[in-house]
Design a binder for this molecule. Structure first.
Ligand code: GAL
Length: 909
């Protein structure tokens, strides 16, 4: 086998050798390997001469210092090794010049710096990228299956193309590199490696096929339609080929042209912009594919230097003018004046589709890719565990209590059982900000200030969590963060905060989409450079539908939990699906996974009321088992200072916690639910599976789980997780007998081995718009609802929808209040329907129909019927929906039913 040649400059060698001693410990840790794959933009065309410009960035300017040595030269990192076969030198320490040319950078530089800072272990970046290659053909992998008609046609035309050739090259290069890791990573001691993630970042090849080569004949557009399928296949096959089924993957958006592209695309004749916008959506769709876990889309349109863009336009005009005048290009000048020319070159001054050659932009892309992998590969990889003050104390918190809780978390063994976040909920702050606009502690409750309490929490080996609200006030009417997002996140970072619960009271007057609101916080958090978990608290307003996972690690699925079993079950149901969304989904599990979790609210273990003393343990355990099998965040909410031994034993039950914290991160789902007798299943990483058999009903019951319902057969070992006891082998099924109300068994079934299949996700086309033309909303599963469930293709009572003598076979029947949300994912251009109150309305009936963009907090009403009465004629809706991700239909009615006849969306693309 060919050996890898490592040629590095003397300086780098000296640094590496002197670094070795201090890294002896670190080298024992497995090498963290990241794959940086893609096309020309991953190769990297950021001109190093423009890298200093990064310092001028209003938010991320501070990153520049990370790239420099003390003497101002570009730093060489001995803890991060680059490997890139395309390069003459192949491997060496990370520094500038690992771009396409030796004076260029790609995303690898800042990506590696972030990872180097994060991991004590040595980091290896394997770059594998080729410009001008396509996903549909060159990088095509096996599971993409047979080519579509479009693809075949283009292949026939460009018969030099070899499908899959570069996919195979990529795999071979990575494998070769891994096989030679001892040569490549300095100080490698045979400790092994771990593929910690992959970033995909590309050029424009997959969309320009259409508007360049095919000259708008409409054929190549099909390539973009097929892009999500083909890229998803590549992700799946790479995970298989590297035996890394959970490898986190981030996909960097093709952000060239910035946000202006979206505006330009409103003009259908601007074909480049139309194709670009469609292409970006296709990139995002891969991350939304429910069958692919842990793939994150990373927007990069923000990293588009508008000044450089302006200069480029001037340069284009200048050349055009010269050409028109027939002036030959004698001097190498891009712009009319020397000042402009210098500025152009200083900022990059290179081809537009390579981010104009701006090294600052490439650095920012690398940063964003690393941060996104961080979030997916570092923060909340398993459901967060900790304690939150609200359920125990509500507003009554203060320094002494919180310190005592921190002490109790250590003393009781809670911390060691995994409960690391200590979160201060609402009412820690003073009623006014200080004169600089900063939040301050309530001076009576937290005399030493919020940094001091954070220091105390950290001194106990715990992590510090804090509450804020994205509205102008918190739910307790204290200062909220609206308009202070940046300064508040900076303040939290200064205080050493590790976790932010971000509530939503009063957010309906923010005038921003919820998606945009949380994205703003994520951006401000990122700008602080401190990793902080973001927890969306919005009473379950569908964050899973509007892609909350792009910004946050967890989101509420429910209203507030109360300390009684009805409330505990109702909250759990919002995550298992039956009440909150269409039962066909069988839960929200497909939206959860490492780095993003459904949160049915905090625990009330130890607080439960309305239950006899002797049944308290049964109820506490049922509550805890449910949260464990649902991979729900485990935020204890009881007073730990006075916790009984019994409650302690529930909260620290290690075999239950292991199910919750299983690294595969599958949310347990209902296998069946028959009159209060319920069985849940959660396949685990080690090939076994956890099963909960729960009786919610009043009658004593036997419950059986047949193996074939959980993907097993024959004789299987069973372990009781509460009793911590092996129960022996059971043939074909397991039965537990005579369970009283709230009684359950939590068992682990099977033998270690290859992981059992994950539950089948609901395919995209069943719940979102995936095709051109008309889609009736009643042909899609809704993704969220509040109030009464809608009825499909009939009025609420089941009778046909009839308006002014006409019968409609399609539509939605509602009874007020009924709010129902559909994910249209930016694919719908118009919404049309005829609305009317049902014929059965009483004389004094009143009804009101409204159509919203996204959730109630976004509060963006797209259409409003006004108040209608029995005599009001039907109203036609025909509205534009450009860019809408989630469409919400709301009907309020008194003494009437409401009909959304023929409710449909139309997609022109
Ligand atoms: C609610 C939230 C609770 C708690 C409370 C504080 O909106 O759901 O969990 O944080 O506000 O005021």
């Amino acid at each position: 086998m060919r050996r890898w040649v490592t040629i590095v400059c003397t300086l780098a060698c000296t640094i590496m050798l002197s670094g070795l001693a201090s890294r002896t410990q670190a080298t024992e840790k497995k090498v963290k390997v990241f794959i940086l794959a893609g096309q020309s933009n991953m190769e990297g065309h950021g001109q190093v001469r423009s890298l200093d410009h990064l310092g001028a960035h209003p938010t991320y300017g501070y990153l520049l210092a990370k790239l420099k040595s003390a003497d101002g030269s570009w730093a060489i990192r001995d803890d991060v090794t680059m490997a890139w076969q395309a390069k003459d030198r192949k491997t060496g320490p990370l520094t500038v010049g690992w771009g396409y040319g030796e004076n260029e950078i790609g995303p690898e530089l800042m990506f590696g710096v972030v990872m180097g800072e994060k991991y004590e272990a040595p980091v290896l970046l394997i770059k594998t990228a080729w410009g001008g290659k396509s996903i549909w053909c060159d990088f095509r992998s096996d599971s993409a299956g047979e080519m579509t008609w479009d693809e075949k046609r283009i292949l026939k035309r460009d018969n030099h193309l070899k499908p899959g050739r570069f996919y195979r090259k990529m795999v071979a290069e990575i494998k070769e590199c891994l096989a030679n890791i001892d040569d490549i990573v300095p100080g490698y001691k045979g400790q092994g490696y771990e593929i910690a993630g992959m970033a995909w970042f590309q050029g424009w090849n997959d969309f320009c096929e259409w508007h360049l080569h095919l000259d708008g004949k409409g054929v190549g557009m099909g390539l973009i339609d097929r892009y999500p399928h083909n890229l998803a296949a590549m992700c799946r096959d790479l995970r298989k080929d590297f035996d890394a089924p959970d490898m986190p993957i981030v996909i960097g958006e093709l952000g060239v042209g910035g946000h202006e592209m979206t505006k330009r695309a409103e003009n259908p004749d601007d074909r480049e912009a139309v194709a670009m916008v469609k292409f970006r959506k296709a990139q995002k769709a891969v991350a939304d594919d429910p069958s692919l876990k842990n793939v994150t889309f990373v927007p990069t349109a923000d990293f588009w230097d508008t000044r450089l863009q302006e200069l480029r336009r001037m340069s284009d005009a200048y050349w055009r003018e010269k050409q028109e005048k027939g002036i030959k290009n004698t001097e190498d000048k891009h712009l009319p004046t020397k000042e402009l020319n210098d500025e152009y070159l200083r900022l990059g001054g290179h081809w537009y589709c390579h981010y104009n050659g701006s090294a600052a932009n490439y650095a920012l892309v690398g940063y964003a890719l690393a941060e996104a992998l961080h979030a997916g590969g570092g923060l909340a990889l398993t459901p967060p565990m900790g304690w939150n003050s609200w359920n125990a104390f509500e507003k009554e918190i203060n320094e002494e209590k919180i310190k005592a809780i921190a002490d109790a978390m250590v003393r009781s063994g809670m911390r060691d059982a995994g409960y690391t976040y200590l979160v201060l909920d609402d009412a820690w702050m003073a009623s006014e900000r200080d004169q600089d606009g900063r939040l301050v502690a309530d001076p009576e409750k937290f005399q030493s200030g919020m940094k001091a309490i954070g220091d105390y929490i950290h001194s106990k080996g715990l992590k510090y969590g804090i509450y804020q609200d994205r509205g102008r006030m918190t739910c307790q009417q204290l200062p909220g963060s609206f308009g202070h997002e940046r300064i508040d996140m900076e303040t939290f970072a200064e205080w050493g905060v590790d976790y932010i619960k971000l509530d939503s009271c009063f957010a309906e007057s923010n005038g921003r989409m919820s998606l945009a609101d949380y994205a703003l916080y994520r951006k401000c958090v990122q700008a602080t450079g401190r990793p902080m978990v973001l927890s969306i608290s919005d009473f379950g307003n569908a964050a899973w539908a509007w892609s909350g996972k792009e910004s946050a690690q967890l989101w509420r699925t429910s209203n507030d939990i109360y300390p009684w079993m009805d409330s505990v079950y109702a909250c759990a149901e919002t995550a298992t699906g039956d009440r909150a969304i269409h039962p066909a989904f069988n839960g929200l599990g497909q939206f959860a996974g490492p780095g993003h979790w459904n949160d049915p609210d905090m625990l009330h273990v130890g607080n439960l009321k309305h239950i006899d003393d002797e049944r308290r343990n049964i109820a506490d355990r049922a509550h805890f088992s449910l949260w464990c099998i649902l991979a729900a965040p485990l935020m204890a909410g009881n007073d730990l200072r006075t916790m009984s031994e019994r409650v302690r034993n529930v909260l620290t039950a290690s075999e239950l916690i292991a199910v919750n914290q299983d690294r595969r991160g599958i949310q347990g789902y209902k296998v069946f639910d028959e009159g209060g007798r319920e069985v849940y299943n959660k396949p685990l990483a080690d090939g076994t599976t956890a099963v909960l058999l729960l009786n919610k009903g009043r009658e004593n019951s036997d419950i059986t789980v047949p193996w074939q319902r959980i993907g097993l057969s024959g004789a299987q070992p069973v372990r009781d997780l509460w009793a911590r006891e092996d129960l022996g082998e059971f043939e074909d099924s397991f039965t537990t007998r005579g369970l009283g109300q709230h009684e359950h068994r939590m068992i682990k079934v099977g033998r270690p081995g290859p992981p059992l299949p994950a539950p089948e996700p609901m395919p995209l086309e069943k719940y979102t718009v995936t095709r051109k033309g008309k889609t009736y909303l009643s042909d899609l599963y809704y993704i969220w609802k509040a109030g009464n469930a809608p009825v499909y293709n009939a009025a609420f009572g089941g009778q046909p929808i009839r308006i002014a003598g006409q019968t409609f076979s399609k539509g939605i029947g509602a009874k007020g209040k009924c709010a129902v949300m559909f994910k249209v994912a930016g694919r719908a251009d118009r919404f049309r329907a005829t609305v009317a109150m049902d014929d059965s309305s009483l004389e004094d009936a009143k009804g009101w129909f409204r159509v919203y963009n996204e959730d109630f907090f976004a509060n963006k009403v797209l259409w409003d019927s006004g108040k209608m009465t029995k005599g009001s004629p039907a109203k036609e809706i025909d509205i534009e929906l450009r860019g809408v991700q989630c469409l919400m239909l709301v009907f309020d009615g008194e003494k009437t039913l409401g009909n959304w006849a023929d409710a449909r969306v139309i997609s022109n693309h």
